[in-house]
Design a protein. Sequence first.
Length: 127
Amino acid sequence: MPQNTDDVARAPQAAGPAMPREILDLRASIDNIDSALVHLLAERFKMTRRVGELKAVGGLPPADPSRDRQQIDRLKRIAGGAGLDPEFAEQFRDFIVSEVIRHHEHIAAEHAAGRLAGELPPLDTYS
Ligand SMILES: O=C(O)C(=O)C[C@]1(C(=O)O)C=C[C@@H](O)C=C1
């Protein structure tokens, strides 16, 4: 994903002390990381949208507390090893998953109203 790293260096400077070159370089990297995070999140939401469709079709509830517990324990362990505050990692996951739940609920309501769009798996294939 190409980035225009000149954006930061060309940004107008407020009056005051000059911005050190290293901060400008760090900001360019921060912008790249933020962009990667947004792209990763967009991919994650594509996956969860499909999960939401399958849950709606299968009559499964939007939230899955045992999966939540698994994810939280795993992410907190990873965060600890990566030098990130595990509580922050949990809150970040909660923030994302609460949006996923909102999407799941919307998809379930659309399905209940017979308006669910997109490719759906055939039902009762194995019964
Ligand atoms: O795995 C699921 O069952 C999902 O619906 C996805 C997801 C998630 O965003 O990771 C969302 C809600 C659930 O409570 C658990 C996980």
